[in-house]
Structures are given as C-alpha cells and as structure tokens.
Design a protein around this ligand. Sequence first.
Ligand code: ARG
Length: 281
Amino acid sequence: MDIAAARPLRHAPTPRSARPRRYLMTAPQFFAVDYVINPWMDASVVVDTDRAITQWETLRQTYLDLGHSVDLIDPVPGLPDMVYAANGGTVLNGRAVVARFAHPERAREAVAYADWMTRNGYDAFETRHVNEGQGDLLTVGGVVLAGFGFRTDRRAHDEVAGHIGLPVVSLELVDPRFYHLDTALAVLDDATVAYYPPAFSQDSRATLAGMFPDAIEVASADAYVLGLNVVSDGLNVVLPAAATGFAEQLRAAGYRPVGVDLSELLKGGGSVKCCTLEVFS
Ligand code: ARG
C-alpha cells in the first residue's frame, strides 16, 4: 500500500458543524444616513431604502434557508440605525443586557430592544456605562470578548460580566474605521475567531494571539469591506460578498462561506453581523 496515500492530507480542513440559531432582526424601513457617527457614514450619500430592504430581506431569507429562526422587532420612525440590531443588547446564559448607546441619536433604540426582552421573558438589565450590545460583546465558547475604545465603555465590561456570569476579556480597538468589535473580529465557532490585527492595540493583539493560536487573520482588502462582520452557525459563515479573500480562507479552514450583498447598509457602517442580534439561550 502506498503509505503517502494513506496519510491524511497535510492541510485537511477541520470538520465543522452547524447548530441551529435564533436571531433577532429589524427591517430597514426607516434606514437613512441622517447623521454621521462613524467614518463609514457620509450624510451627502443617497440611500436607496427599497434596495436596503431587498438586501436585508435576502439576509433574513438566507438565515431561514440555513434552518435558523428569525424574530423581528418593528422598526421605529426616526431611528435610522435601528436596522443594526446587534447593537440593541445581548442575550446570553439566560440573561439579557440592553444597550446604553454612546450617541444620543440612537438612545431610543434601547427602549424597543428592552421591550422585546421583557416580552420574551428576560429581565432587561441596564448598565450604568455605555454598552452597544453585540457590536462590542461577542461570545466565543464560554467567554465574552468585549471591545472598548470607541463605543462600549470599558467599565461596562465588568457590569456585563457580573450580570451574565461569564468571564469577559477586554480588547482595545484603535482604528476608528473599526469602531465596534464586530467590525474587527468574527466568531466562527466555540473555539475559532478571525480578526484584523491592525484594528487592535499591541496588548490586545498579544491577548488574541495567546487565546487563539489558530485564528484566521484577514487582509486589509477584506477588513475594509467589513468582511469580518459575519454571522456563523459553526459551519455556514454568512459574510459580505465583497470579502472574497476571507471567503477563500474560510473555505480552506473547512467552513462554508455564504456571501450576501449588503452594500446599502454599508453606507451606515454596518453589514451582516450588525444587522443580527443572536439570542443565546
Ligand atoms: N451607524 C451605526 C453606528 O454608527 C452602525 C452600527 C453598526 N453596528 C455594528 N454592530 N457594528 O452606530
């Protein structure tokens, strides 16, 4: 027998497996770029709301086709960023934390998300310090990775840890283009992340390298189309279609990339993950 043929491929992808998920989304009926609170936003750019709705609808259908469930929150007039549901809070370990937004323009969104939490049997815990939900609080295995530097206040990390009862690892963001953790780091499964190293401070890069020696590091071309703003079920990774290099890396690592075009929502500085709050029960 040919020994070489019997050996496993040197780069055989790790087998990955999907788990059904529950997502919460808000339709972009009132989406617009009416104010500027991140470097992606330009108030002189015209937003095609119908196109935004069609793109968002495709994202929702993609989740349903993958076998996941999607709860919807009614959009509220005058809250153009409400489509970025990830920022509404986080639901984890049977506990819910509602957002406290950094910018007054988004403050009222928290009311709608708290209301959803209450109606679904959760106590909507409020932090004293700013926290922008799953924009900055990402769960990997039993640990919460928490971003700070632009939006979520580092002091909120302890509040969240205390309420949720899980360890929190604080990560410092240093590039305003990557103002939320979910623009700079993607959770792919319970043990694997992908990230863009230049978005983090030296200390946080060292923390990530120590925690995730097998992490995928993405190139600037992918990071700059918000390629890391993905939603993974452990196997299928729904990501911005323009992030083609990252899609290749994912395939080589045994995942199934599913590209979607959210170019209208990119005008507000968000993509797939921003539009999706995952309910971890
Ligand atoms: N315009 C929104 C803001 O600046 C975009 C939020 C994107 N959401 C996210 N999870 N990164 O707050």
